[in-house]
Ligand binder design. Structure first.
Ligand SMILES: Nc1ncnc2c1ncn2[C@@H]1O[C@H](COP(=O)(O)OP(=O)(O)OP(=O)(O)O)[C@@H](O)[C@H]1O
Length: 736
């Protein structure tokens, strides 16, 4: 089956009034010899970002489409979006999502303004324009629009008062859909405009320091085209999902109040899960954590699924956003390796023939692989998508197999967001007896051997199902046994402690040397308790989604504590050299403290070590004295002796990780030195324990030289990506 990688376009927005601009983020194009260029796109373009810790070092991010501050809405549409319209009309689902920090221009790019319409209005116009090319079909367009606000889905096409939380469900063929979501037919661009402008008013928008009209939710607009072929009595369905994600937020910069903080936390958490999904896909993990947020469940098909994806990364200029820019570009680098397997969504409307025997069960229906048009989009230039031709019919060849549709002749789930494949066969397709001819072959070209194979496959499936069932039962029993044991252990401990309380001090003194003092014993008990708690949590993790529910119900303090506990355990494993175990534990910690940037970076560092089979070497702890000195300094003076800026923890909510940590990833850290947190106060857990976070490998190398170093961050082959540290490992070249 043909695969299609997620396409990436990066766009740097212009400086806004009152914003300081600098040269820290630049767009380059090979066509102009790699010189800075503010606009246009095309092959061989790249973005450079100055390393916040070492201004002599540049990080370079190559993407096929890079748009500078002067780029227009039309350019982006023509280069990257227009070619997708043909893909939609070939019956494939396309998902375009705008990603970036708050105020980076996502809504501007997707929605735009009346004078500068963005992707959404342009797509709708193009969809209607294209319709006339398919006059042989009965073509109808419809729209649905939803928002994901604080991890709940709401219909934006109904008034807020009438908008209940909508459930996200999965049908028998694994297709995720939002139940009860309205789908309105649209007959013209004007009709869409009226609907859309009304619906946009329902979207959750709020004011923050960074954006007067900041989107507080992820918005997903879906335009669906159904093409009924009257001659063949079948329907092709294409969809385009246009997703305006809420921006990741640094609450120090946004100045969020408590209610905004709650929104922000939900936004950051869902984006964090999005990152985890992309990571898991890149790692080829057996379990992709789609279920950990509604956003990723709904976007499941766009990431590693059966739709075609375009990620538009929005970037904001200036030092203030530099760390966010690096994070966004890092996400983009990872996402561009995600592969989808697009399929054509086709439904056969003809009634199913009567079944005669029910012995044969087959695999869930597989969608038809997407057409060759997908190859076109990877190299698509300005608006050059091919129009429909007669040969298009060959994309959906008429099969001679018995026409049995899944689920009573209609396996198609209306309003389902992803275009997951729904083939023409159901789970229990039956082969009519009349189709068995004397030669031993079935009228549809199935031989007895085929039938035997199918039967044995069905039997195998049934056996596998039963085995799984048995395994589940066994696990349940095991779990019950463990919890019984745990209860007994708790009882034993409480009776032991009451016994020890009742003991006289004299008796205590008579204990032989080496026996735990009550204090140590208490420690041991706490340790045991912690271990038990972690083991329990481990089990819950194994149970997948339940873990997330657990994290959801815990109070912020408990989440933080659990996160800390995981970090402590992870550190212990990391020190022992069990990097994989440590990595898993760090990831688990992340479920509880999804906003913690230091933790994310630690995960990236260890992932890198695991992937490259390198030892993970934390830097030595700085002397205690330095720590006291540091505390005494005012935030303004927080500049290291070598001139590198003192980093400040950018996460207000979670201070589990240290305020300054060598981001091995990019040698980067937020450099808002005027932060109130300033690096004073209690040192957070991670840093107390681990001052390897204090200095990057880049910094350890020769500093202050005049040569500019470019480190290319490109994960294009999926295997050799590595963080730019240590410098020798990166593709580095000196530029004058
Ligand atoms: N390419 C651009 N040209 C001109 N103005 C822009 C551009 N991109 C963004 N802006 C302006 O920047 C501001 C922030 O943009 P926008 O609201 O689109 O950001 P956002 O990423 O959607 O933010 P949030 O995540 O908070 O919703 C707006 O005033 C918008 O008009």
């Amino acid at each position: 089956m043909a695969t299609a990688k997620v396409k990436i376009a990066a766009r740097l927005r212009p400086r806004l009034q009152g914003e300081l601009d600098d040269e820290s983020v630049k767009i380059h194009h090979d066509s102009d010899g790699g010189q800075s260029s503010s606009s246009a796109s095309g092959g061989g373009s790249f973005i450079t970002v100055t390393n916040p810790r070492d201004p002599s070092q540049l990080f370079k991010f190559p993407f096929t489409s890079c748009y500078g501050q002067d780029s227009t809405q039309e350019e982006i549409f023509q280069n990257d979006v227009q070619p997708m319209i043909d893909v939609v009309y070939s019956g494939v689902t396309v998902t375009i999502f705008a990603y970036g920090v708050t105020s980076s221009g996502k809504t501007h790019t997707m929605q735009g303004t009346r004078s500068e319409p963005g992707v959404i209005p342009r797509v709708v116009k193009a969809m209607f324009d294209k319709k006339s090319n398919y006059s042989q079909y009965d073509v109808s367009l419809s729209v649905s629009y939803m928002e994901i606000y604080k991890d709940e889905v709401y219909d934006l096409l109904v008034t807020r008062e009438n908008a209940p939380k909508l459930p996200v469900r999965e049908n028998d063929v694994g297709m995720v859909f939002v139940a009860n979501l309205t789908s309105e037919p649209i007959h013209s661009v004007e009709e869409f405009d009226i609907l859309y402008s009304q619906a946009t008013k329902h979207r959750s928008v709020g004011s923050t320091n960074l954006n007067r009209a900041s989107s507080r939710s992820h918005a997903v607009l879906t335009i669906q085209v159904d093409m009924l072929d009257p001659a063949e009595n079948r329907t092709l369905t294409g969809k385009i999902n246009l997703v305006d994600l809420a921006g990741s937020e640094n609450n120090k910069l946004t100045g969020n109040d408590p209610s905004r903080m709650a929104e922000s936390s939900a936004i950051n958490k869902s984006l964090s899960v999005l990152g985890q999904v992309v990571h898991a896909l890149n790692q080829g993990a057996s379990r992709i954590p789609y279920r950990n947020s509604k956003l990723t469940r709904i976007l499941q098909d766009a990431l590693g699924g059966s739709s075609v994806g375009l990620l538009i990364c929005n970037l904001a200029p200036g030092v203030k956003f530099r760390q966010d820019t690096l994070n966004t570009l890092n996400f983009a680098v990872r996402t561009k390796n995600v592969e989808n397997k697009p399929v054509v969504n086709e439904r056969d409307n003809r009634p199913a023939p009567k079944p005669h025997f029910a012995a044969v069960a087959i695999q869930p229906p597989a969608g038809k692989p997407a057409p060759a048009i997908l190859q076109h989009i990877s190299t698509a230039g300005a608006g050059s998508g091919p129009g429909p031709t007669r040969s298009r019919a060959s994309l959906v060849p008429v099969s001679r197999v018995p026409r049995v549709s899944a689920h009573g002749g209609n396996g198609y789930q209306p309003f389902a967001l992803p275009g997951a494949a729904v083939g023409r066969r159901g789970f229990s397709e039956k082969i009519p007896e009349s189709e068995v001819d004397r030669s031993g072959s079935i009228g549809v070209g199935l031989t007895e051997k085929d039938i035997d194979e199918r039967i044995s496959k069905a039997v195998e499936m049934e056996v596998a199902r039963r085995l799984e069932e048995r395994e589940r039962e066994r696990e349940k029993e095991e779990e019950a046994r463990r919890s019984r044991e745990q209860e007994q252990e708790v009882q034993r401990r409480s009776s032991e402690s009451s016994r020890s309380k009742s003991r006289s001090p004299k008796k205590e003194q008579t204990l032989p040397s080496g026996v735990l003092t009550p204090l140590l014993k208490r420690h041991r008990d706490l340790d045991d308790e912690l271990q038990n708690r972690l083991q329990e949590l481990e089990r819950k993790f194994e149970r997948g989604n339940k873990e997330l529910q657990l994290a959801d119900v815990l109070s912020p303090a408990s989440k933080k504590k659990t996160g800390r506990a995981y970090v402590a355990l992870a550190r212990a494993h990391s020190e022992k050299g069990d990097l994989q175990v440590a990595l898993d534990l760090y990831r688990k910690a992340e479920s509880y403290v999804p906003d913690n940037i230091k933790l994310k970076e630690r995960i990236i560092e260890i992932e890198w070590s695991v992937k490259n089979n390198r030892e993970f070497v934390p830097s030595p702890k700085p002397p205690k004295k330095a720590k006291t000195k540091k505390k005494a300094k005012s935030s303004k003076d927080q500049v290291l002796a070598d001139g590198a800026p003192m980093d400040v923890d950018q996460d207000n909510e979670m201070k589990m990780a240290g305020p300054r940590r060598g981001a091995a990833m990019f040698g980067a850290e937020l450099t808002n030195t005027d932060s109130p947190n300033g690096g004073s106060g209690k040192r957070p857990l991670e840093e107390e324990e681990d001052d390897d976070l204090a200095e990057t490998p880049q910094k350890r190398q020769k500093r202050g030289g005049k040569t500019k170093v470019v480190v290319t961050i490109d994960d294009s082959d999926g295997d050799d990506w590595m963080p730019p540290a240590p410098p020798k490992k990166g593709k580095r070249k000196a530029v004058s």
